[in-house]
Design a protein around this ligand. Structure first.
Ligand code: ADE
Length: 315
């Protein structure tokens, strides 16, 4: 598909096949789905077909048409580095292609400056962190509603789905750099999808600098904290922290530590403790992800296999 600036009537233009006519999109300004320091997500509705339906005819994807969507925009006060990140995020989503456990881009509107918006699939259960926190009580005391109740098997399934998405991303040479439960969305069928690619970069795009307050310190591998070194294996470390969030049903990692004390804590060899009720074999997987030496950590393909095995044994 076309995702490069193209030419229409010999004029170079930035419009592309992903662009949605503004009349097709209704944004509900009153229904904010989320907001960070650097973006706002609103609920919206797409009238007619999403461009993805038109331009990937041979690929089996869900067709999005007359449906609820999420619309990501930059706030008015966004600085130039936030704008640059947003453009990169849109660009990344156009390129990556369909995967069942990555949020799909449905289209975008490229407006002048800040009016650009990214239209993505809507996940009615919101982010994974809030989703599991809400179900803390239900897992201890099973609820009546079988469909919505969260079971140990669901947690394993989420872990498998996310490792599957990360295996796909890493096989294409991408480093996510912000793997965390808050960045995973859950749809109506308990399907987990990685939903934020704001920090995602190709492996060969060299050095990364710290941009004040934007780093997910408690999810970062020791080498990323010390030397700003990011690899697939630092994503594996963050995935281990995501497992901790998942199997503690939403505990905040290192809640007793100030971010500035993280390096010393990890350098002394200390790691997060096993969450209450967490199975030993699942905790062993987390510990593998937090090995000092990146090379000793598993690959996402290994993690995917381990969770697949655990899932097949779970009831
Ligand atoms: N919050 C952020 N993105 C979202 C999405 N795509 N669906 C639902 N809630 C969201």
């Amino acid at each position: 598909y076309i995702d490069q600036p193209g030419t229409i009537n010999n004029e170079t233009c930035t419009r592309d096949a992903w662009e949605v006519a503004s009349g097709q999109l209704i944004i509900n300004d009153h229904e904010k789905l989320g907001s960070g320091a650097f973006c706002v997500v609103f609920k919206g509705r797409l009238e007619g077909k999403a461009p993805v339906c038109k331009i990937q005819p041979g690929v089996v994807t869900q067709c999005f048409e007359n449906c609820e969507v999420a619309v990501k925009k930059l706030p008015e006060y966004a600085d130039s580095s936030a704008k640059e990140d947003f453009v990169q995020e849109i660009d990344f989503m156009k390129r990556i292609g369909y995967h069942p456990h990555l949020i799909s881009i449905l289209g975008c509107i490229i407006g002048p400056h800040l009016d650009s918006c990214l239209i993505i699939e809507y996940c009615c259960n919101g982010d994974l962190l809030k989703y599991i926190r809400k179900r803390r009580l239900e897992i201890v005391e099973p609820v009546v509603d079988e469909e919505t109740a969260l079971r140990f098997k669901d947690l394993l399934s989420f872990a498998w789905q996310i490792s599957d998405a990360m295996d796909f991303l890493s096989s294409k040479g991408y480093i996510h750099r912000d793997v965390a439960a808050r960045n995973v969305l859950v749809n109506e069928r308990k399907v987990a999808k990685i939903g934020d690619f704001g920090l995602c970069r190709l492996m060969d795009s060299t050095t990364y600098t710290t941009r004040g307050g934007r780093l997910p310190i408690k999810w970062m591998a020791l080498e990323s904290l010390q030397d700003y070194e990011y690899t697939t294996k630092s994503d594996v470390w963050s995935f281990g922290v995501l497992l901790y969030e998942l199997f503690s049903l939403g505990a905040a990692p290192y809640s007793w530590l100030q971010p500035v004390d993280m390096i010393a804590y990890l350098r002394s060899g200390k790691r997060l403790d096993k969450p209450e009720h967490c199975a030993d074999n699942v905790y062993s997987i987390m510990q593998e992800c937090w090995k000092d030496k990146p090379d000793e950590r598993p690959f996402f393909s290994d993690l995917k296999m381990e969770f697949s095995t655990l899932l097949s044994c779970a009831t």
